[in-house]
Design a protein around this ligand. Structure first.
Ligand code: HPA
Ligand code: ZN
Length: 326
């Protein structure tokens, strides 16, 4: 079958995508039925009506609750196939995919089940969907540093399938420095490092992610604009920022898309990319985010192509493969 062309018809890389955030209502109900799980919503429409968020935490509450339907390797594989099919239709040619092992192990789902299901689908991604992929294992920052360390040790048998570690969940009150030790272990093991910082949290958290955790990229990072010295640092080192415009509006990080600082960030010389975060919850996948910022911020074709090129520059693809997209 032929897929319709995306509105922005150039290759792009998705660098900020939580696989659990791609769980669409239809699949959630299908998996609930398959696993005998009762959701606190009677219908898909009723569930969709719950997608009205006041901040990050109000979203996270629903995000974690819906994960109850993900139980078996097949569930994780089905979720990933559904994402890859949508990503292909949106012009995504490379995807670096977050997953939250603690959100599953805490419910009694073994980490091997999670990684087994994800990798089974990802192993078909190039051939079936024309998408290269990487996996990024995230630690939940509102859990303890010890829990992150235990998660890293539990993942050791699978590290050949994992490209990087990340940090997500409720930001304020959980600074990056809390995870210094596990990031040091990850770097020792040869993994890349990223962290959510400067979404709801202050610029100080971005500094810590850079200087204490030694990250290669910052996820979100929009609040860096409050600190000119931080902007200068990010520009000088060309540290990529994986910005998520539709997410920012839905989680009230930004009032309206028309007010989004994306153009200011580009003008400042920051290496910004456009990403979808949790597309099932925030109203759009990669191309949807590109077209939304194009329309709301009146971005021209050249700017959109710059953003798409940035996504490959900022990726963890090997240099030679990256070059083919630049
Ligand atoms: N921020 C923090 N944690 C998350 C997010 C986010 O946007 N999405 C899923 N987990
Ligand atoms: Zn995120």
């Amino acid at each position: 079958p032929t897929t319709p062309a995306p509105a922005t018809p150039f290759p792009k890389a998705e660098l900020h995508l939580h696989i659990e955030g791609t769980l669409e209502p239809g699949l959630a109900f299908a998996l609930a039925e398959r696993n005998g799980v009762t959701l606190p919503y009677a219908t898909e429409d009723e569930l969709r009506r719950a997608y009205s968020f006041s901040d990050l935490q109000s979203f996270l509450n629903l995000y974690y609750a819906l994960m109850a339907v993900l139980r078996t390797e097949d569930d994780f594989a089905d979720l990933t196939h559904a994402y890859l099919a949508r990503a292909q239709a949106q012009g995504v040619r490379h995807a670096e995919i977050f997953f939250d092992p603690q959100a599953h192990t805490s419910r009694g789902v073994p980490i091997g089940t999670v990684i087994g299901g994800l990798t089974r689908a990802l192993d078909t991604a190039e051939e079936r969907y024309g998408i290269t992929t990487r996996l990024i294992m995230c630690f939940l920052r509102d859990e303890s540093a010890e829990s992150a360390l235990a998660t890293f040790e539990a993942a050791r048998p699978y590290l050949d399938r994992i490209t990087a570690v990340g940090l997500d969940s409720a930001e304020v009150g959980h600074p990056p420095s809390k995870f210094k030790e596990v990031y040091a272990l990850a770097r020792e093991a040869g993994l890349k490092c990223v962290a959510h910082a400067g979404e709801e949290g202050p610029p100080a958290y971005v500094w810590e992610a850079l200087d204490v955790l030694g990250v290669d990229r910052i996820d979100h990072g929009v609040r860096c604009l409050e600190d000119p010295d931080l902007v200068a640092r990010l520009v000088a080192d060309q540290v990529p920022l994986t910005v998520c415009p539709l997410s920012n509006v839905r989680l009230r990080v930004i009032d309206e898309l028309a007010d989004h600082p994306l153009p200011a960030m580009l003008d400042a010389g920051l290496l910004v990319t456009v990403n979808s975060d949790d597309p099932a919850y925030f109203g759009g996948y990669a191309d949807d985010n590109f077209t939304a910022v194009r329309d709301a911020l009146d971005l021209d074709e050249e700017t959109l192509r710059t953003l798409a090129r940035n996504s490959f520059r900022a990726s963890f693809l090997d240099e030679a493969t990256r070059e083919t997209y630049l």
